[in-house]
Every structure is written in C-alpha cells, then in structure tokens.
Design a protein around this ligand. Structure first.
Ligand SMILES: [Zn+2]
Length: 386
C-alpha cells in the first residue's frame, strides 16, 4: 500500500505501518512535554502506545486467522493511528462465517484483558496489588471510585504516574474499551458486520447489507458530530471512514448480486458494425461522430476477427487528422471472445478491471454480438434503479 512501511511478515501476512502512524510518536512526545514527564516517563508512555497497537495488531490477526480457516486470505494488515485494518481478499459469504470472522477480533481483546489482569495479579502483591486494582477501577469508572484503603497507601507513596504498575491496569481497561467500541453496530466496524451477518441469516445478503449500511452511516454521522463538538478528532475521523466505507460496501454487494443474476447474452448487442482492417480510419471516425457506436470489432479480408478499435484510438486519429491511415495501424490485437452463457461477473471483470472496451460474444463458434463499456453501464444503471 502506498505511503506505508512494511514492518514484518507474520503467519504469512505482511504488516504495514501507515505513514500517519508517526503522529502517534509526536503525540506521545507532546503529552510528555505538556505533563512535564521526564525521559523515563516519556519512554514509558511510548512503550504504552506500542503495547496498545500490539493489542490492535493481535485483534486484526484474530480476524485474519479466522478468515483463513474459511479459505479467505488476507492481503495485509495496516496499522493507522485510528486503528488497524486487516485487508481480507473478501468477506466469507456464509453469514455464520462472517459472524465468526467479525467477532474473533474483539474476542482477542477479551482474552488479552483477562490475561493482562492475571499478569498484574501475578506481578503485584499486597499494597501494590491494592494500587493496581484501584487504578483499574479509576479507569473503568472514569475516576469515580473511592477506595479508602488505596488512598491511605497513596498518602504514603504518591500516585504512580508511570511504570508497569500504572500502565498495566490502563492496558487492561484499554482492551475492554476496544471490545466495547468495536461492538458498536456501525457497519463496517466489527459490531456492524456481526449485525449484518445476523440479519443476512433471515433477510439475505443484499437487504441485510442495505439495513446495516444505513445504521452504520447514521452512527457514523453521530461519531462525526460528537467528535467535532467534543474535540475528539479521532472519533470524527473514524466516523468519516465508517460513513464512506458503509456506502461503498453497500453498492458493491448490490453490484455483486446484480452481476450474478445475468449472463453475457442478456446484454449483448446483435447489431454492430464490422470494420475491415484495411479500411481507412475515416470510416470509424464518421461512425463515432454519428453517435451510436463507440468501440468496434475489426476483421480481416477472410472475415476473421483480428482486433478491436477502442474509442480512445479513434479520437487519437481524429486529433492527428490521420483520416487515411489504415485501421490496422490503430486497432488493438488483444480482442477477447466470451461465450454468450458466460457470467456477467466475468464480463464485468474484463470490461472494468482489464480495461477491454469491447468484447465479442460467440455461440457455437459464431459471433452473435458485442458488449461494450457503454452498454454495460446502461444495463447496470437500468437494473440498479428498479
Ligand atoms: Zn476488528
């Protein structure tokens, strides 16, 4: 991915650090400065941020390794200041599998919270354990717990502001916060995916995605408004991200369902102009100016298909006033022939992703029509609107 640094590969999945991650370190330095922390305090703070993102990374591995069980590979994991993203090739389509993949991330943080809690219990005894519990409680209740016993100890030793005794309970609470936050049903956050999977069991994937996406966009707007109002920029940024992803995932799922329902024969155009390779460019230029056709198939003297002429090439010839050049000089030879029973998914792949502007459609060795980009777009627009 652009603008990111590859850290390492673990379980066969490359882990990337987004450039903006550098902001975290600047942020840590700034907090250290603003709170008059000494060198050791600032290093502890940075260590805490590293540990925090270690927890986020393990969360993403929870998703990635569960997905792998269902045959879905993960392209990479990217760490950004607003969280991690495991870029799965695709989401497993069985709702139960999507449910498990989505919930695996937060489950990792549940396990981490419990493990870190017991690590604390193991490391600290007596007064130090009382302090540990007190700091944990303070963080869980936003500083509202009384804990008289702890205050007595604190009067003697002062509140620890760094070191493991301070950061370990904070890390426990952070993991709990990660669980709670990720379970908010704002699709495509984990909670939203869980929600979609549950809905999909009853309503089907398309309808479920639509509902989950609406709810996701609604919650995302609340994140943005609340984030801007309270000055919680991270929350506002997450809101923006959730909002745009919810929209695009919804249209992707709709498109997928649409493509699956049709074949090449459903949108082929049986009437098309056959260009001869040795004809002049004047002919396609005139045809394009007349309007209807934009991309053409090209044949040789024996009426064999030898290439195609995309609109871009015709315009190039027009600009150079190269009217008397042979079509063979401008045509592209890599023309693709698809069978009329071929799925629309495949046709879409060739036209949109591989940039073929026109395809020949055949049945039993005979050309029966063409499909071009314009025709595909019109077809999708018509079908999507009803
Ligand atoms: Zn997650």
């Amino acid at each position: 991915m652009r603008g990111s640094l590859k850290l390492f590969t673990w379980f066969g999945i490359p882990v990337h650090l987004h450039w903006s991650f550098g902001l975290i370190f600047l942020y840590a330095l700034w907090i250290g400065y603003a709170n008059n922390l000494d060198m050791a305090g600032t290093i502890w703070l940075m260590g805490f941020f590293m540990a925090l993102f270690g927890c986020v990374l393990l969360h993403e591995y929870g998703h990635a390794l569960t997905a792998r069980r269902y045959g879905v590979q993960t392209q990479d994991i990217i760490l950004t200041p607003i969280g991690g993203i495991a870029r799965l090739e695709r989401m497993p389509e069985k709702p139960v599998q999507e449910f498990l993949v989505a919930i695996a991330g937060p489950m990792v943080n549940v396990v981490l919270a419990i493990a870190l809690f017991f690590l604390g219990k193991l490391l600290f005894q007596g007064d130090r354990w009382t302090l540990f519990s007190w700091i944990l409680e303070q963080n869980l209740t936003f500083g509202d717990s009384s804990g008289e016993e702890a205050t007595d100890i604190l009067d003697e030793s002062g509140i620890p502001s760094s070191g493991l005794l301070f950061y370990l309970p904070v890390l426990v609470v952070t993991n709990i916060a990660l669980v709670v936050f990720n379970l908010i049903p704002a699709f495509p956050m984990d909670g939203g995916r869980i929600f979609r999977a549950l809905l999909a069991m009853r309503l089907g994937r398309v309808r479920a995605t639509q509902i989950a996406s609406w709810l996701g966009q609604g919650i995302a707007l609340l994140f943005i408004v609340f984030g801007l109002w309270q000055g919680a920029i991270t929350l506002a940024l997450i809101g923006l991200f959730v909002f745009s992803t919810a929209r695009s995932e919804n249209s992707m799922v709709r498109l997928d369902a649409l493509l699956r329902g049709y074949k090449a024969r459903d949108l082929l155009r049986p009437n098309f102009t056959r260009l001869a390779a040795n004809d002049w460019m004047q002919t396609p230029i005139t045809l394009v100016q007349q309007g209807l056709e934009r991309h053409f198939l090209v044949f040789d003297l024996d009426d064999r298909l030898v290439g195609y002429l995309p609109e871009a090439q015709i315009i190039a010839a027009m600009k150079k006033r190269d009217l008397s050049a042979e079509i063979s000089q401008y045509m592209r030879p890599d023309v693709k022939v698809v069978h009329q029973e071929q799925s629309l998914e495949y046709v879409y792949h060739l036209l949109q992703q591989q940039g073929q502007s026109v395809l020949a459609v055949a049945d039993q060795g005979e050309l029966v029509g063409v499909i071009d980009q314009l025709g595909l777009q019109n077809f999708l627009r018509m079908r999507a609107s009803n």
